[in-house]
Design a protein around this ligand. Structure first.
Ligand code: SF4
Length: 307
């Protein structure tokens, strides 16, 4: 839809916060969880020291350790009850690499969180952060640029039609113009279906914070961030146009004016394009999936019709 910048509150994009507030009628809070995982950069598979920007708690310093997922959720809810805020939550698997376990164990953990009636979703993520070998080595990521490219290629070969999303970081200490050029080239070549980015900020107690000065000026970080996001916006718009004529499974989120608003099975309610279906025929229900043919696209959204 046009003029979304005003429609999405004070943000120029559709933030998860805004979406959740709109959907549930209240702010949804995250409860940080520690599922007892580690990561290949700490368990000795690749290294034991971890990435240099990661804290001893696996950047999961707000999560309570040792207790079951249910107990941690209960403790988190108590804190919110005490502050008299929040009645619905996101279970945020925060500590270490939260996908570093056998699929059966992951399924058990995620289902345990989702079985709580006041948990409306889970949050999990892993990401490459940077791409130049210079930065990856500096960060002690223990993965190379060519391995990252190969992995993306492998995903696409083994799962045709897979939608890939990622998060990248700009402005890590020592990031040169050349490093940033490589990052832009990565975004152009990988053509992620969705991409987010953020500017580095020091986390107290980490090797990076203790060893390197946060040397990239804030305005340079912001300029790199804006450039990267603008690049991705062009790619996203192009990928959206390529979807015209294709069919997707679409979940309906809400009705707004003369449109039902949904998103494809590959999209989360965060920054992603929506699918607009003219509400002039069959009645559609929020939370249900429908088979939809994409008929048009603009820079932000897809337009479709029920098949
Ligand atoms: S950032 Fe991730 S991969 Fe790196 S040490 Fe921390 S948990 Fe491990």
């Amino acid at each position: 839809m046009k003029n979304k910048f005003t429609k999405w509150g004070d943000k120029p994009y559709h933030s998860l916060d805004y979406y959740l507030k709109n959907t549930y009628g209240e702010k949804i809070y995250k409860i940080a969880l520690d599922a007892g995982m580690t990561c290949p950069n700490r368990d000795g598979t690749l290294d034991t020291r971890g990435c240099i920007f990661c804290s001893a708690g696996g950047s999961g310093d707000f999560a309570s350790h040792g207790a079951s997922i249910r107990e941690q959720l209960e403790n988190g809810k108590k804190l919110f009850r005490h502050k008299k805020i929040g009645s619905r939550f996101i279970a945020y698997f925060q500590s270490f690499t939260n996908t570093y376990a056998e699929p059966e164990r992951l399924k058990r953990l995620f289902e345990e969180a989702l079985s709580e009636s006041d948990v409306v979703g889970i949050s999990i993520a892993t990401r490459p952060d940077c791409i130049s070998d210079n930065m990856l080595t500096r960060m002690r990521r223990n993965v190379s640029k060519s391995e990252t490219y190969d992995l993306i290629e492998k995903f696409r070969q083994e799962v045709p039609g897979i939608h890939l999303r990622t998060t990248l970081m700009v402005g890590f200490p020592g990031e040169t113009e050349e490093d940033f050029e490589e990052l832009k080239e990565f975004v152009q070549k990988a053509r992620f279906d969705r991409m987010g980015a953020f500017a580095y900020s020091e986390e107290e107690g980490t090797y990076a914070a203790e060893t390197y000065e946060d040397s990239i000026p804030q305005e340079v970080k912001q300029a790199r961030l804006d450039e990267l996001m603008a690049l991705q916006q062009e790619i996203s718009a192009d990928l959206s146009h390529n979807k015209i004529g294709q069919e997707f499974k679409v979940i309906i989120d809400r009705k707004e004016g003369e449109y039902y608003i949904g998103r494809t099975q590959f999209d989360s309610p965060e920054v992603d394009p929506e699918v607009l279906i003219k509400a002039d025929g069959k009645r559609l229900f929020s939370g249900r999936f429908y088979q939809v043919r994409i008929t048009n696209a603009d820079d932000f959204d897809l337009f479709g019709e029920i098949i």
